[in-house]
Ligand binder design. Structure first.
Ligand code: ATP
Ligand code: MG
Length: 253
């Protein structure tokens, strides 16, 4: 991996995310030790739309943070687009994250003083400084795709919750990542707005073939993802077709 070899949008590496016996132990070796993820192994390929479900405290956000290189695992292996992440330096992790992964959170973390367009461009500005004309055009195109062209020059605090989440989705896509990680992106929205936001994920999943892992408590949304992974106490208890999820596992959100 080097600065001159961008990793994003590689069509050769179909497996975008690979975890092998991953463990996460918070406060290891202290009285507050908490073993949250237990031998988690999974693989996500380009173009997949995966729901990550489980009761509160089961470890979904912890898993997403480790998968997104926002946190480190305690043991096990994590590969992003074929790159083994253990042993990378902090700058290498940052580079791999910014080239391969886009994030969408429940609370979108937009910068309210900045315009909608500048918020979308933020990941590129952090990486390259001043964005190029092509990058600005792509950000404008994405804002068109999420139906916000007319708000482009406005500060984000003038937008509704659903509109702000759509800005966050455009921001996650602006660096053309192979993987989108979304932590309860519709958790804060009413049903209709949640559906509209989820439809954007579906569309980008098909049109850009990015792999998407979406944490959700909403059974309507997980049912619309082809694949569901269910965590219980930090262990994968189901990984397969959403349609085949045993009803006993559907009960608790
Ligand atoms: N930084 C941390 N330090 C110590 N323990 C943590 C930390 N972050 C999370 N935990 C613990 O890890 C466990 C899993 O938390 P996590 O936030 O991953 O759950 P979750 O499945 O995302 O829950 P929710 O659905 O409520 O968001 C919890 O017991 C939590 O207290
Ligand atoms: Mg969580």
């Amino acid at each position: 991996m080097s600065k001159s070899q961008p990793l994003s949008y590689s069509t050769k590496q179909q497996v975008v995310l690979q975890l092998d016996k991953l463990n996460k132990i918070f406060n290891q070796g202290t009285p507050l030790e908490n073993h949250v993820l237990h031998d988690v192994s999974l693989q996500v390929s380009r173009g997949e739309l995966v729901a990550l479900v489980g009761t509160s405290g089961s470890g979904k956000s912890t898993l997403l943070n480790v998968m997104g290189l926002l946190d480190v695992s305690s043991s096990g292996e994590l590969r992003i687009q074929g790159h083994l992440t253990e042993g990378l330096t902090d700058p290498q992790r940052t580079q791999l994250r910014s080239e391969s992964i886009g994030f969408v959170f429940q609370f979108h973390h937009l910068i309210s003083a900045f315009s909608v367009l500048d918020n979308v461009l933020m990941p590129l500005m952090l990486r390259y400084g001043q964005p190029s004309k092509t990058q600005v055009e792509y950000a404008e195109y994405l804002l068109g795709e999420v139906g916000l062209t007319q708000y482009m020059r406005q500060p984000t605090n003038r937008l509704s919750g659903g509109q702000q989440q759509r800005v966050a989705i455009a921001r996650a896509l602006v660096s053309r990542p192979a993987l989108i990680l979304a932590d309860e992106p519709t958790g804060n929205l009413d049903t209709q707005t949640a559906d509209e936001v989820f439809e954007l994920f579906e569309r980008f999943n098909v049109e850009h073939r990015c792999a998407i892992v979406i944490v959700t408590h909403d059974p309507r949304i997980s049912a619309r993802c082809l694949r569901t992974i269910r965590l219980t106490d930090g262990c994968i208890v189901y990984d397969g077709a959403s349609a085949d999820l045993p009803s006993v596992l559907k009960v608790a959100p």
